[in-house]
Design a protein around this ligand. Structure first.
Ligand SMILES: O=C(O)CCC(=O)C(=O)O
Ligand SMILES: [Fe+2]
Length: 350
């Protein structure tokens, strides 16, 4: 039997301290546990950033979309995508469900708390253990059907949540398949094995949906919504509510805000694509800042090859920069090292 994504996380348990979020609804001041040291790069205030160009906005209907995506992946590791074919209503209803979930009292949400060895349900960001301070964030992770977790929260009324999340995953998968086709073509063509998982004939594809909630924060300049990280995925498709906060790090420009555009989705390239492209495509380091006026929601769809799939650089106009390994092995290395994971599999001598 092929390993699933949830099983891949089972070997990397977290302490409950890193899973249970704070009850933000009762807080009027920033607790020390959530106060981050101020850094020199002007944390928090979006107006101080973005001098220079914003991340590219690409129209999927543009005849040159594939080339534009290639350039954006090389230069940024991210882009905004418009005319992507996902109806606005599908995105709006998923955001409404996220709002309905996170608005519940803490004790209801805690009924679906992620277990120490689990990968799905309600909890802090998975990257929490790597940072000395906690993030101003609550999350809910879905892998496959969300029904088991949703039933714990809404024992009699879980169906609408499940239907909406299932539909969202289906729509996102179709879009991610389309983008993956383009990206593999940019990397020299699609192999038969890639075709099998991209076209969905294997059902153990790495897929997950992450609902994120960043409550209003009394001292946003000292808090962190989501700390800097890259996604482990091949690519991530992100919907953000109409509240600023997402920033991408660009060499030479610093933290660049990714302002929400009503009908666009943000696409990030993840570590797996960075490895497959032999570093040609960046994996975007990103973080989320919070604010005192508005809460923020986002829905991330993570997409990648099956957990047992062997990943190694496909483009070899130079020496391979990374050793071959399975997705599962990479998840394990990242679970222990986060930012150091790529350098641990690097073949380049320092
Ligand atoms: O909330 C956001 O805009 C980003 C979320 C994110 O980076 C993630 O879930 O990995
Ligand atoms: Fe992310």
């Amino acid at each position: 039997m092929a390993t699933t994504l949830s099983e891949a996380y089972r070997d990397h348990p977290l302490h409950l301290h890193h899973i249970i979020p704070l009850d933000f609804s009762s807080l009027r001041t920033l607790p020390d546990s959530h106060a981050w040291p101020q850094s020199e790069d002007g944390d928090g205030d979006d107006d101080n950033h973005g001098i220079g160009s914003p991340i590219p906005i690409i129209d999927l209907m543009d005849p040159n979309a594939m080339e534009l995506i290639g350039l954006a992946c090389e230069n940024w590791g991210a882009f905004q995508l418009k005319n992507h074919g996902i109806p606005l209503s599908v995105v709006e209803e998923v955001e409404e469900e996220a709002k309905r979930l996170f608005a519940l009292p803490a004790d209801r949400k805690l009924k679906a708390l992620r277990s120490a060895t689990g990968a799905t349900g309600y909890g802090r960001a998975r990257i929490s253990p790597f940072f000395p301070k906690h993030m101003w964030h609550e999350g809910f992770t879905i892998m496959g059907s969300p029904c088991d977790d949703a039933k714990k929260i809404w024992p009699n009324d879980y169906a609408p949540f499940c239907t909406i999340m299932d539909n969202y995953q289906k729509q996102m998968k179709a879009l991610a398949d389309k983008l993956a086709h383009m990206i593999f073509n940019l990397l020299g063509g699609i192999s038969e094995e890639q075709k099998r998982w991209i076209n969905g004939s294997t059902n153990n594809l790495c897929e997950a949906v992450q609902l994120n909630f960043y409550p209003r924060c009394p001292e946003p300049n000292r808090a962190m919504g989501l700390a800097p990280h890259t996604d482990t995925s091949l690519l991530t498709i992100l919907h953000q509510s109409q509240t600023n906060g997402l920033q991408i790090f660009k060499e030479g420009a610093g933290w660049v805000p990714v302002h929400p555009h009503p009908s666009s989705l943000v696409v990030h390239t993840g570590d797996i694509l960075h490895i497959l492209s032999n570093s040609r495509f960046r994996c975007a380091l990103h973080r989320v800042m919070v604010n005192s006026a508005r809460e923020r929601y986002s829905v991330a769809y993570f997409y990648g090859p099956p957990v047992d799939h062997v990943v190694s650089p496909l483009v070899l106009d130079s020496l391979p920069r990374f050793r071959s390994l399975t997705v599962k092995e990479y998840i394990g290395i990242k679970a222990k090292n986060l930012r150091g994971a790529l350098s641990l599999i690097s073949m380049l001598k320092n």
